[in-house]
Design a protein. Sequence first.
Length: 255
Amino acid sequence: MTGPVGVRLSATRTRTTNEHGQPLGRPVEWAGATAPTKDRVLEGRGVRLEPIGPQHVDDLFRALCRQDDDPVWTYLSWDRPRDRDQLATIVEQAAADPGRVTYAVVPVETDRAAGFCSLMRIDEEMGSIEVGAIAYGRQLQRSRAATEAMALLMRHAFDDLGFRRYEWKCDSLNGASRRAALRLGFVWEGRFRNALVYKGRNRDTDWFSITDREWPRVRQALDDWLDDGNFDDTGRQRARLAARPPQAAAPDKEQ
């Protein structure tokens, strides 16, 4: 079974029919997931995810708010903070938001926050959760720590909290975000046109997901890539991350 532009939807393939001959979804024994809390630190080998707070503002301002950091903020809800107080307000609001848990991304080698990310749109009853509002400073971009941060969140959502569906959404014009989602093993599900208006412009939103059935394959690929043996003495990868599912289609370009 395939969806738009050939995306395989095997995880939702129907298994049975009812007495009327209508197809039914596969049976699921489901008791709900557990919501993430704002007091848990997620520890990795090279990075730590700490619930965000005022103690992170100075480091984040240095990492994300220089004059040449405007591209980091293009597809976020906020413009680049021009001073520390503006960033402090963003951090305060994120920490207080009851609908999300926002983390400061802290590389172990520096012990300084270099980015942030959130678990959001949390639906424990249906078992769906989204990762979003991701901002990485230059130290984190395209780094082993950046990938490990995403792996820590996935492992927390699936293995610790019991979610069935892990979502990634982005502006359809954000090519870097689309490529990152596919690299991390997400499957593109489609494009929601005219989904949002932000910063005075339209946003068509691309949807990606990983399901609990796909997670074991993605987890193994992430573990293999993050293994110390996959990096040489200079920190360069020996093999690329192979989390992308076979035969998964990429999102089309903006029409």
